[in-house]
Design a protein around this ligand. Sequence first.
Ligand SMILES: Cc1cc2nc3c(=O)[nH]c(=O)nc-3n(C[C@H](O)[C@H](O)[C@H](O)COP(=O)(O)O)c2cc1C
Ligand code: SF4
Length: 419
Amino acid sequence: MEHILLRHREIPDLKKLDVYRKNGGFQAFQKAVTQMRPAEVTELVKASGLRGRGGAGFPTGVKWSFIPEGIYPRYVVANADESEPGTFKDREILEGNPYQFLEGVAIACYAVEAHVGYVYLRGEFWRLAQEIEACITELEQAGLLGQALFGTDYSLRIHAHVGAGAYICGEESALLESIEGKLGQPRIRPPFPATSGLFGKPTVINNVETLTNLPLILEKGADWYRSMGTADSPGVKIFSLSGRVKKPGNYELPFGLTFRQLIFESGGGILDDRPVKAIMAAGASSSLIVADDKALDTKLDYASVRTLGADLGSASVIVIDDTVSISWVISKTIHFFKHESCGKCTPCREGTYWMMHLIDRIEQGEATRENVELLHTVAKQMQNKCLCALGEFATMAPVTGIERFPVDFKASPAGGLHA
Ligand SMILES: Cc1cc2nc3c(=O)[nH]c(=O)nc-3n(C[C@H](O)[C@H](O)[C@H](O)COP(=O)(O)O)c2cc1C
Ligand code: SF4
């Protein structure tokens, strides 16, 4: 199947504007601006069933329709923070197919009647930010961004904004704070960004991959998009596959293939042909899934993955084999979240710190059974009490790891609990 998002794999030099335009680039944006009303674009995207690819899977057209009538200016912000460990799909789009992404930003802006869009890039993407800025300049010089586009009275500017390198700035309200020049910490909601977002104005925030779908949806239609994937999750998804697989990488596939197909067909199977033990479907934020036959035959779509007590999230599939201890995996995720907790709310600030000390004891073989139970309790106590989802994410691996892989926490000969 030809790629829809990773088209640069078939079309050399797609990152050059003339090549992108020769391959139909910016015709969808032109069609939207010259032939469609903004509301029609939103309706088309709603009909396509496109769901946000930033993690929550929220329907994109529905999100756009939350922008209140009559309040201007509005903003669109593309979330290019991509800081989830195990997620590296947006980066490939930005590097290989930047104009399709920027055309998607432009279409979203037109749909919600925004005249300014932002691309928010994680601090480590500073080189990529320069490339995106160069693309924006080329688009302005080509008359595809700027004033009076395609002879209409629609004008659009897009700005690239680089963060300082913080995972929390991928969370949409912390991201908005960061663009406003403030400390990147989540806002208390409501109000939600659709009503009070950037500079207090109605704002749509969408993930890079979400936006990159838009030009082809506009060109080929909602039915075409729905002909791929499942009824629950139409279209294609880029799965970032990593961990103990022979061929890690990004795989653009229709929703609805199974974990087994992704891991064994696309990913070439497990390194050294070891048994697969666990799967994390959504990067470090994931619940740990026991990789039994039921799990391997589960479809990769939002609803099916939920039946395994997990979320598909950004579809960053980390594969764990029998050489890896689950307590080690948990240690890595807890240390990450402890480091990235912004400190604004007590359950996450204190909870991640406490969990880190407990998992360190477990990893060092100094823990008692009570320490493991306490780790589980602390994680459970954090749930539903944190100001933003980062605190929840931090609890996913510890809770499900201890519950689903008890053998990895068994007593050691020295009286400790390390597996
Ligand atoms: C801690 C945290 C980190 C996040 N990081 C990202 C990120 O790097 N990229 C992203 O697109 N969404 C991220 N999100 C989700 C965003 O808040 C938001 O839901 C998303 O950008 C919306 O876009 P979508 O509707 O297209 O998925 C994060 C959320 C949380 C709680
Ligand atoms: S949950 Fe963590 S990251 Fe989110 S606001 Fe609270 S301290 Fe900050």
